[in-house]
Design a protein around this ligand. Structure first.
Ligand code: PRP
Length: 219
């Protein structure tokens, strides 16, 4: 019988690297999560913790279905997915802003009364603009969103802004800020009850790590 007690979903890429550092500081052996490996399921030496490496947008899906007990996902991904997972800790990593961006006069130069919004976050965009009573058309893209207003595909974009470099180098600006985002530790609702003896202390240790990092000015 498998000894695995806890499954943790990590978003492949930089978010996973920063998460692993925090988990290690919280006393969780993550040595099996190795940058060079292409393995998608990794188990620690003790055999009690399993890591699954998934696409960032899929982390909440695995946790919501209980395939993973715990996961780390960006707040942008969580807002977009809008699933029933518990958001337990703000890890204060991968900080960014979810923004409406475009050319400085984007809204004034619109050719029709319907704002065309290009985005990989259709749910966030719909909710935000409907809250303001604005009628929009969503143009769903998967990347390089900044190209849309440049090529006339949309009036504005809804996207994450981290350093601001992509906008700047393409002549675009932030027009409105929708929300701030960062990496969050999420937990499956059932796992929190059935595996509380493992999950609750782990969350407390992670919270302590974040507090210490903040006190040391490392957040
Ligand atoms: C994200 C986002 C912006 C960029 C913002 O794209 O969609 O394009 O990062 O970062 P910055 O403010 O530091 O420039 P990502 O790198 O994920 O690639 P993508 O265009 O393929 O989505």
């Amino acid at each position: 019988m498998s000894k695995t007690k806890l499954t943790i979903a990590l978003a492949k890429g930089r978010l996973a690297e920063d998460t692993v550092k925090i988990l290690e500081e919280a006393g969780i052996d993550c040595a099996c999560v190795n940058d060079d490996s292409r393995k998608l399921v990794l188990t620690n030496d003790a055999g009690n913790i399993r890591f699954i490496m998934v696409k960032p947008t899929d982390v909440p899906v695995y946790v919501d279905h209980g395939v993973a007990d715990i996961g780390v996902a960006g707040k942008d991904t969580l807002l977009e997915a809008d699933l029933s997972v518990y958001e337990m800790v703000d890890l204060k990593i991968a900080k960014c802003r979810i923004c409406v961006a475009g050319y400085p006069n984007a809204k004034r130069n619109m050719t029709s009364s319907i704002l065309r919004v290009a985005t990989k976050y259709p749910n966030i965009a719909k909710k935000y603009f409907s809250g303001k009573g604005e009628t929009i058309e969503i143009i769903r893209l998967n990347g390089s969103i900044e190209l849309a207003p440049i090529l006339g595909l949309s009036d504005v974009i809804v996207d994450i802004v981290e350093s601001g470099r992509t906008l700047q180098e393409n002549g675009l600006v932030v027009l409105e800020e929708i929300a701030k985002a960062s990496g969050r530790l999420i937990v499956n609702r059932v796992s929190l009850k059935t595996k509380s003896e493992m999950i609750t202390p782990l969350i407390e240790r992670v919270k302590n790590v974040i507090r210490e990092r903040e006190n040391n000015g490392n957040d």
